[in-house]
Write a protein that binds this ligand. Structure first.
Ligand SMILES: Cc1cc2nc3c(=O)[nH]c(=O)nc-3n(C[C@H](O)[C@H](O)[C@H](O)COP(=O)(O)OP(=O)(O)OC[C@H]3O[C@@H](n4cnc5c(N)ncnc54)[C@H](O)[C@@H]3O)c2cc1C
Length: 272
């Protein structure tokens, strides 16, 4: 849709060109959300495209995904065979309520910064123990754990003018065994619950990431594989009733039921 309040679009080739930040500015990535509804408080868009960040870089430490990497480019990435949890990339890309048209424009960073409970790039980054590099406006870059970034439905820790630069996924997370479960009311629909478990073969531990069912990601870490009862108890302790999302895609009691159900399925799969 046309954004009638927008009077200027800046297209910097370097972030240094944005030497001030004011209320009414917004970063523009793929625009799939920005152009999907009126943005009455926005008068200036700052398009990230010309910054021309390399979408994906493999390093000896792991994978660096630029915030501007499209979902299509991420989906096309072929991880090395040893990165067995690399298949989670495909699982999460297919977890959008979106067709390939959206995949070509929507970016990984845009999805993370939207901070919706059903943001599958958030699920991916949290489950794979990712770190986000943030560029505060006029400050030094800072790194935050993916799981600490989203604090509520459509709310995160970004300060005014702060930019998400990249997502770093460590090699060790890619080499873990993993299990993925997702519920949606319709095929290619919005996720009602999306849970991912990972386990390092040498430790037999469990890292369980709960997303979509809850307003923000919840992560449970067990040094050894828990019993079914211990897992359920840990979920109850970490996820009070108020943390379950209540919207048209699912009620809190149903999301809680799915959380228990899929967490146990993941536990059994990884314990086997
Ligand atoms: C049909 C359809 C289906 C959708 N399905 C889903 C879904 O299933 N799950 C879901 O989570 N979303 C969904 N969305 C919402 C949205 O399209 C996605 O979240 C998408 O990934 C946003 O990415 P984008 O690059 O288009 O972001 P944009 O629309 O460009 O930006 C989104 C927000 O993030 C900010 N932003 C973008 N990049 C950065 C950055 N690097 N640093 C700081 N701030 C930044 C923007 O200022 C804006 O506030 C859907 C949208 C449509 C139209």
């Amino acid at each position: 849709m046309n954004l009638h309040t927008v009077v200027e679009v800046k297209r910097p080739v370097s972030i240094g060109e944005i030497d001030r930040w004011e209320t009414g500015y917004a970063w523009l990535a793929g625009g799939t959300w920005l152009f999907s509804e009126p943005q009455i408080e926005t008068h200036t868009l700052i398009d990230l495209e010309r910054l021309d960040w390399p979408p994906l870089q493999m390093t000896q430490d792991g994978l660096e995904i630029a915030a501007t990497c499209s979902i299509a480019d991420l989906y096309a990435f072929q991880p090395p065979a040893a990165w067995i949890a690399g298949s989670l990339i495909g699982e999460c890309c297919r977890s959008f309520l979106a067709s390939f048209k959206i995949w070509n424009e929507a970016t990984v960073g845009g999805n993370i910064c939207m901070s919706l409970p059903a943001g599958p790039m958030i699920s991916l980054a949290c489950a794979l123990e990712g770190t986000y590099t943030l560029w505060p406006h006029g400050g030094e870059p800072r790194d935050v754990a993916a799981v600490d970034f989203t604090v509520d439905n459509h709310r995160n820790i970004l300060q005014p003018g702060e930019l998400l630069r990249s997502v770093k996924i460590p090699v060790r997370a890619f080499t873990k065994r993993h299990a993925f479960r997702r519920e949606s009311l319709t095929n290619i629909g919005r996720s009602e619950a999306l849970l991912i478990g990972t386990s390092a073969p040498e430790f037999g531990d469990l890292l369980l990431t709960i997303t979509a069912a809850t307003v923000r990601p919840v992560q449970l870490r067990f040094e050894t594989m828990p019993t079914a009862a211990a897992l359920r108890e840990a979920i109850d302790a970490a996820v009070p009733e108020t943390l379950y999302l209540d919207d048209v895609n699912g009620s809190p009691p149903h999301r809680r039921h799915l959380t228990y159900y899929y967490a146990e399925a993941i536990r059994r799969e990884l314990a086997a």
